[in-house]
Write a protein that binds this ligand. Structure first.
Ligand SMILES: [Zn+2]
Length: 240
């Protein structure tokens, strides 16, 4: 029996990696599916993971009719893997639920639960209301202090902000040479350090702290290099 699943976590919890793995596993099993995303860090129409994997995907924008997209799939879709589901509208979540119930299509959604102020995204809230199965991602993402990370904190020019638009794209690492406008980036923080507006020491515009869970560096090394050079990664959405 088909199910609507929602796997959620903070940034760096491995959501896109798991989405790609699920799509791969179900395809290997001989099933046909659709991969969806919205505002992925790798650009439109692509699901990319922080570990470097990537796959073409259908880009979901506010006006995309997901009932129609799934219905047009040739060969017919047995499953849908939907990444960055926090950016979908509640109506699009309902369209995916309808695919489960009326077409027997398995739908696995992955996304952030809440935004930079700890408020649920409308699409995520709808998934919590409608999903058959809710799966908190098990990877323990930590604040710089070692406590569990709870908030995808937004830093504007290095300062933790509590107000602003819900969706504002930015990277999870300092961006070299921002030429115009404030630099927007994201860092996972525990509730206490989000409330106190205290990002990782040294996480200002001049560089310093690297993103939590960063796996870059020398082969086999998995420590976070807090004093290392600025990352050269391109700007990307606040998504995991
Ligand atoms: Zn903390």
């Amino acid at each position: 029996m088909a199910e609507l699943r929602f796997s959620y976590g903070v940034m760096s919890a491995g959501k896109s990696t798991l989405a790609l793995q699920v799509e791969h596993t179900w395809t290997e099993a001989g099933r046909c599916g659709l991969l969806l995303t919205s505002h992925d860090r790798g650009g439109a129409g692509r699901v990319t993971s922080r570990l470097g994997m990537g796959r073409p995907a259908v880009e979901v924008s506010a006006g995309t009719d997901l009932w129609a997209v799934v219905g047009r799939a040739v060969p017919p879709a047995d499953f849908v893997v939907a990444d960055e589901a926090q950016f979908y509208t509640p109506a699009q979540v309902d369209q995916l639920a309808r695919c489960v119930d009326e077409r027997d299509v398995d739908v696995a959604c992955f996304g952030l639960l809440s935004d930079f102020a700890g408020r649920m995204f409308p699409g995520s809230a709808r998934l919590v209301e409608m999903a058959d199965v809710l799966v908190p991602l098990p990877l323990p993402v930590l604040c710089w202090c070692g406590r569990p990370a709870r908030i995808n904190a937004r830093l504007v020019d290095g300062v933790v902000v509590h107000e602003g638009e819900q969706v504002l794209l930015g990277d999870t690492a300092p961006v070299e040479g921002a030429l115009f406008g404030p630099e927007v980036r994201y860092q996972v923080l525990c509730r206490r350090h989000w409330a106190r507006r205290e990002p990782a020491p040294g996480a200002d515009r001049s560089g310093g702290a690297r993103r939590a869970g960063d796996l870059s560096g020398a082969a086999g090394r998995s420590c976070t290099d807090r004093g290392g050079p600025l990352s050269g990664r391109r700007p990307a959405p606040p998504a995991g």
